[in-house]
Design a protein around this ligand. Structure first.
Ligand code: SF4
Length: 698
């Protein structure tokens, strides 16, 4: 009823990469409710987070004034109450806080050089803010040590896609599944993590599409699957190579496509011959007949899509996993036509856009390499004489290691929470405590902000304007629906003030100006103007002209690589970084759950979501619980080589008897105290999905 609200504003959901468009209804300066509208990705649908997760923005824990660490504060650490920061911090004016924040970073630059400062930006900010943040570090400190949570999410997928396809983004929107005959969903649990996308997957199966789900955990999509391959954790390459062995041996591959659009097939064919289903079956725990059936189903269908999530990417062999998926699509000619494609399901609402905008240490905006002299020359021109360092910067986990070594002494962290999200988080927290100067810009006193010297209060997504880019490559508009509380400000405006204080000649009055500067270096934004975004709500890139809403499917006429050819990259089986043994006999895997988003700072402060899932639980198979002598709801202790957590146990048949699943949203049972920081050598992504663990009755 329109009497229930004073205004309604069209915007985008702040949670996952599906990018559902929403209408935000506001009365008396507060959001009363949210409805789905007819965006291209969601067609009016929303999940429980989008529908009921909005009231975190009105939570009394919101930061409303700049804070400065008190001179007599206890040692830096996580002993502050998020609702009562006053034992550690005092309120300050914006002028004092900005001076302290910026001058502290500039002093480190003067005494120790620019490389003594690093920055973590955010996939929860707009594209314009992500662009400004990477510019702040690159222009202000003369190096590329700027990264964000893509490192913990799909860095390995992007590494494989860039290497073999020539582009890090999806080749087809997830909605294209409507035109597919078969789809593989591997290492992803869309029903919980991309729920609106999952509705399209279920519709696809209901109309007769063959849905092949592959995952060490069973999941809700299993009910809709034609094939469920619950393989052993960490054996993705063995399983995928076995599937491709069948396709090669039975000559089910698309010879014409391979000849026209690929390179490296013959070496790949020779490599794959060793991976017979019989040889791989014991390793991956799937019998040869099932492997053959799944391979034939995928290869003989006319149109196939492949979707994957962090179950694929968060391994030390994450890049190899993604290389296999790319090879599978190339082998079967499943890129470039409607109903075909490769789609890594992106996590955060703007992780695609933040990556596109250059918030990664080896690339300038639009994945232009910092090692390319022409790219550096382009940015020298656009950024008025700024010399870009030709050395790729450090990634998230590498930055923390350099803090330990005393090489990085200051950080600016905007909207990220490494004190919860990094692997082996005790190590990360010690690093944060060791910094000489830490500036945190956020909407809450996060676990990371508790280590800060200066905290700058920021606006939440419904309180700001700009653009964000979803998993489908759709650049969409977020519009300000309510004022930020107290003195909190939009991130881009804070960044401009910070930049001026470290001596940069910045002069932006609104996000449109920033967007227009981005267009000077980003070919992806060709034909996408601010006015178009405002009028149309969103445009998919690439867009071929002012009237083209964007290309849902790309690479129908070749790839952005040498001679237009994508590449087959052979992958070998690599074991996980630590194998279960007598002391730690089970496997810990972590992830998200439907109601809670990432480190929980937003959703645990959303009334409905917190009421549905108020406390941490781990999931164990009923047989495992029986063996432990623990009733469902009883307490268990999980211990790895890095840390221990005691948590309530939930009986869940989806988890194999030698596995335990723990969501990472709960500070009181922080999963990342236990996870392994071993890195994939290409994507530099940690192995969140596999740690050897001991589970005992608490
Ligand atoms: Fe928001 Fe994702 Fe749910 Fe859509 S599917 S409402 S974008 S959390």
């Amino acid at each position: 009823d329109s009497d229930d609200y004073d205004s309604e504003t069209k915007s985008v959901c702040p949670f996952c990469g599906v990018g559902c468009q929403i209408s935000v209804k506001v009365k008396d300066g507060r959001v009363t409710h949210v409805e789905g509208i007819n965006g291209p990705a969601n067609e009016g649908r929303l999940c429980v987070k989008g529908r009921f997760g909005f009231d975190y923005i009105h939570h009394p824990h919101r930061l409303t004034k700049p804070l400065i660490r008190r001179d007599d504060a206890p040692e830096k650490g996580m002993n502050a109450d998020p609702g009562n920061p006053w034992t550690h911090f005092r309120e300050a004016t914006w002028d004092e806080a900005l001076d302290r924040a910026a001058h502290g970073l500039a002093d480190l630059r003067s005494y120790h050089g620019g490389a003594s400062v690093a920055g973590f930006g955010s996939a929860k900010c707009t594209n314009e803010e992500a662009y400004l943040f990477q510019k702040f570090i690159r222009q202000g400190f003369g190096h590329n040590n700027v990264d964000h949570c893509t490192r913990l999410c799909h860095a390995s997928s992007v590494a494989a896609l860039m290497e073999n396809v020539g582009s890090g983004a999806v080749t087809a929107t997830f909605n294209e599944i409507e035109n597919a005959d078969v789809a593989i969903v591997i290492g992803a649990n869309p029903t919980e993590n991309h729920p609106v996308a999952a509705t399209y997957f279920k519709q696809f199966a209901k109309r007769g599409g063959q849905l092949i789900v592959m995952d060490p955990r069973a999941q809700a999509l299993k009910r809709h699957a034609s094939h469920m391959l619950q393989f052993r954790p960490g054996t993705d390459v063995a399983l995928l190579n076995a599937l491709m062995n069948v396709i090669v041996e039975e000559k089910l591959y698309d010879r014409a496509y391979i000849e026209q659009f690929t390179e490296g097939f013959f070496e790949f064919r020779d490599h794959i011959r060793a991976f017979t289903p019989e040889r791989m079956a014991d390793l991956c725990g799937i019998d040869p007949d099932t492997i053959r059936d799944a391979a034939r189903t995928f290869a003989t269908a006319d149109r196939g899509m492949i979707f994957w999530g962090m179950g694929v990417s968060q391994h030390i062999h994450g890049t190899d996993n993604a290389r296999c998926l790319i090879a599978l699509a190339l082998l079967t000619g499943n890129v470039g036509r409607s109903g075909t494609g490769l789609h890594p399901l992106r996590g955060q609402n703007n992780v695609q856009g933040a990556s596109d905008s250059g918030l990664i240490p080896q690339f300038m905006p639009d994945y232009q390499s910092v090692t390319d002299p022409e790219v550096r020359s382009l940015f020298r021109h656009i950024w008025r004489g700024t010399e870009i360092s030709a050395t790729p910067g450090l990634t998230v986990v590498e930055v923390m290691d350099r803090v330990y070594r005393g090489e990085i002494k200051g950080m600016y962290i905007l909207g990220e929470n490494p004190a919860m999200s990094d692997p082996d988080v005790a190590h990360a927290r010690k690093a944060l405590a060791a910094l000489d100067h830490l500036v945190v810009q956020d909407i809450f006193l996060t676990e990371t902000a508790m280590f800060a010297d200066v905290i700058l209060p920021a606006a939440a997504l419904p309180e700001k304007s700009g653009s964000v880019t979803n998993t489908n490559r759709a650049v969409q508009v977020v519009r300000k629906a309510v004022d930020a509380p107290g003195e909190a400000r939009e991130d881009w405006a804070i960044l401009v003030d910070m930049a001026r204080r470290i001596g940069l000649d910045w002069d932006y009055d609104d996000p449109r100006e920033i967007f227009n500067e981005m267009k000077m270096s980003m070919r992806s934004l060709h034909n996408i103007t601010w006015n178009r975004l405002m009028e149309e709500g969103g445009v998919i890139y690439p867009s071929t002209g002012p009237d083209d809403p964007g290309q849902a499917v790309v690479f129908g006429d070749g790839f952005p690589r040498r001679a237009g050819r994508a590449r087959f990259a052979p992958a070998r089986v690599t074991p996980p970084a630590e194998a279960p043994d007598a002391r730690f006999p089970m496997i810990l895997t972590t992830g998200r759950q439907l109601e809670h988003w990432h480190t929980g700072s937003m959703t645990r402060r959303a009334t409905v979501l917190d009421a549905v899932e108020p406390e941490a639980t781990c999931a164990l198979h009923p047989a495992t619980l029986r063996d432990l002598g623990v009733e469902p709801g009883g307490m268990v202790t999980l211990e790895t080589r890095r840390g221990t957590v005691t948590v309530k146990a939930r009986a869940d048949r989806a988890v194999a008897p030698d596995m335990v699943f723990l969501p990472f949203a709960y500070v009181e049972a922080a999963a990342n105290l236990m996870t392994n920081s071993a890195l994939d050598p290409y994507g530099k992504i940690p192995e969140f999905k596999f740690s050897a663990v001991r589970v005992t009755r608490a």
